[in-house]
Design a protein around this ligand. Structure first.
Ligand SMILES: CC(C)(COP(=O)(O)OP(=O)(O)OC[C@H]1O[C@@H](n2cnc3c(N)ncnc32)[C@H](O)[C@@H]1OP(=O)(O)O)[C@@H](O)C(=O)NCCC(=O)NCCS
Length: 159
């Protein structure tokens, strides 16, 4: 598949569903597990060391919520124009783990060192160094390292 760009070491387990593929950019050392769907009608940019679990969906497209705005007036033969579509990019930082079945909505930015819980619907931006989950997805706590001292962690994140 033609991606927009990728760094070293990208592992994607099929099936992997996209609209174009060419609007998706990966950093280094990224894994996408099976059955993910990325609607890349706008840019989807994923940083280094991403772990994306099965069934994650990233959407960049959206439509007017009202049917009349979405389709306009019906034509004489009763048919409609194809629905109006708008797009907004999705940006995911470095060192992010997206849990299984999470849905990320258009325009969302997820920071560095973030864990998004399984099944979350991410409706807004998520700041660096947090664990967030739920529907709607909310920050629940700081994402602390159990194994690294603070200084080591900061230098690790700057690599
Ligand atoms: C987010 C996550 C890491 C939190 O794990 P944790 O820190 O051990 O959290 P806990 O299990 O102690 O749960 C704490 C509370 O949050 C709730 N919770 C945890 N994960 C949740 C989620 N994804 N959505 C909604 N609520 C969640 C729990 O029900 C619990 O609520 P309670 O205190 O009312 O009982 C984990 O639940 C998760 O989503 N892991 C993803 C696993 C996955 O996708 N694996 C695929 C392979 S990559």
């Amino acid at each position: 598949m033609l991606l927009g760009g990728k760094g070293k070491n990208l592992w994607i387990t099929p099936p992997f569903f996209v609209d174009y593929g060419s609007n998706i950019y990966f950093g280094n050392n990224c894994e996408v597990n099976m059955n993910c769907t990325f609607l890349d009608d706008n840019i989807i940019r994923i940083g280094d060391n991403a772990l994306i679990a099965p069934n994650v969906q990233i959407y960049t497209a959206f439509h007017p919520t009202n049917a009349f705005d979405r389709f306009g007036e019906p034509k004489e033969d009763g048919s409609f124009e194809f629905c109006k579509t708008r797009t907004a990019p999705v940006t995911i930082g470095d060192h992010v783990w997206i849990g299984g079945g999470a849905i990320i909505l258009p325009g969302v930015t997820i920071g560095h060192n973030v864990m998004i819980g399984a099944g979350s619907v991410v409706t807004g931006d998520i700041p660096d160094n947090t664990i967030a989950y739920g529907n709607p997805c909310r920050v629940r706590r700081e994402n602390r390292s159990d194994t690294l001292q603070k200084e080591d962690r900061e230098s690790c994140l700057q690599e």
